[in-house]
Design a protein around this ligand. Structure first.
Ligand code: SME
Length: 137
């Protein structure tokens, strides 16, 4: 991505640190609510470029989290019918929402090339990361 402000630079750094330090985090990125539209817009990320820079609310794992306000852990993406494939190498995905003053403003999205890698420890850790990100927004 092409960060153009301080927050995006920090978010990109978070993506880089997570991807570099956790072997089964292979694509790490942020999506945010796009203004007042019912869609997500891709923010900073590391990993393979994706065509899915805009995701309507409700579509795919990310779009579902935009409306559910809940973590979504997908151990096997092939078993999901409402899933947007970005890369054929991806086997699992985790999406954790980011709340600002109680409002769901975006999410961290992580793809793994390993099957069923995500534990409750990943959820607690990524919730912590998302709380820190919330404080930066
Ligand atoms: N797989 C996601 C789309 C985003 S890519 O993983 C980067 C989804 O189903 O929402």
């Amino acid at each position: 991505s092409n960060p153009n402000n301080t927050v995006d630079t920090a978010l990109l750094k978070i993506c880089e640190l997570l991807e570099a330090n956790i072997t089964y985090y292979n694509w790490v990125g942020f999506y945010f609510k796009n203004g007042d539209k019912n869609e997500l817009k891709l923010g900073p990320y590391v990993g393979e470029p994706t065509d899915h820079t805009i995701i309507p609310f409700g579509k795919g794992i990310c779009g579902q989290v935009a409306v559910s306000n809940e973590n979504f852990v997908v151990p096997d993406v092939a078993a999901q019918d409402n899933y947007i494939a970005c890369s054929i190498t991806v086997k699992a995905e985790i999406v954790i929402p980011i709340f600002v003053n109680g409002e769901n403003m975006g999410q961290i999205d992580i793809d793994s090339n390993t099957a069923d890698p995500f534990t409750t420890e990943d959820e607690r850790f990524l919730e912590f990361v998302c709380e820190k990100v919330s404080g930066m927004l």
